[in-house]
Design a protein around this ligand. Sequence first.
Ligand SMILES: Nc1ncnc2c1ncn2[C@@H]1O[C@H](COP(=O)(O)OP(=O)(O)OP(=O)(O)O)[C@@H](O)[C@H]1O
Length: 335
Amino acid sequence: MSNVKPNIKRQKRVCDICKVGKPVIKRPKTGQMVCKECFYFVFEEEIHQTIIQGNLFKENERVAIGASGGKDSTVLAYVMNLLNKRHNYHLDLVLLSIDEGITGYRDDSLETVKRNARQYNLPLKIVSYKELYGWSMDEIVKEAGNKNNCTFCGVLRRQALDRGAVMLGAKHILTGHNADDIAETVLMNILRGDVPRLQRCTFITTGNDSMIKRSKPFKYTYEKEIVMYAHYKKLDYFSTECIYAPNAFRGNARVFLKDLEKVRSTAIMDIIYSGESYENKSSNTLPSMKTCERCGYMSSNKICKACILLEGLNKGLPRYLIKKKTLINYNFLFI
Ligand SMILES: Nc1ncnc2c1ncn2[C@@H]1O[C@H](COP(=O)(O)OP(=O)(O)OP(=O)(O)O)[C@@H](O)[C@H]1O
């Protein structure tokens, strides 16, 4: 047998998109091996397509980006700023941050948002729970204990974002909820048998009939790709988890989703598409939006959830009111 090696040149692997560049990223969404430049471009343009297909904006609209300093909203601010210029959306973009008053967490992440505002040259408004409600989250946790803090925080943040948007003269808020968040919410609503919420949790825009609407341009964007984008673009974001325990049930849905993804790579998109097929499929009508008789902000009831929670806190009965049926698991609505 001859020892002479056959003269076969090994073919250099190239980017699956441009067929030229060196592939450095395997896209979790498609499995393609792509170069950095193609990854940036398809990542940004898929978000642009989501925006166009969802008909999200009107020209000259003032749009508030909910900016927490975390990876999702940092990438959202960066990409919205870029697409606004690249595709001439003519949007008046502003950053809106809510300071929940969580020492050692939000104070640090707000410093990141302040830097982002300078880096992207976007105006920033910060509103705090303390100034709006007279309570910080640190004080609420001291009073109400550790158990329901995600419910308190979620209810108050939702209204705080609305109030901040009103202060900014914006009627549209964008949040960084991504495809993984939405798939988790679909799963949670299935596990709880919550059909009305299942029917609306995949909407890209909510609140069309109210003072302020909300949209999720990352509805079809995978969390892993957001992390990769932030990493390769060297974006300045804050990566610490909230010091108050995250919602345990969402944590279970997240673990379940990650396990599913290992055996079925398309699980996230499949679950979102399944959720979408439930949209408006029954006679269950959505509660119409009214204004709260106490604070004047949006509510589907006579008195809004934020006022009910604050009443409990101010009366020294925080846990009594949170147990009322209407509030249980209200934080599933925040998506
Ligand atoms: N304190 C805040 N101020 C302004 N917007 C917020 C705040 N907290 C959350 N949001 C908005 O809600 C979205 C989802 O918030 P969530 O708490 O689930 O954080 P997340 O998934 O870790 O996102 P991020 O990485 O942006 O922090 C954020 O992307 C952001 O747009």
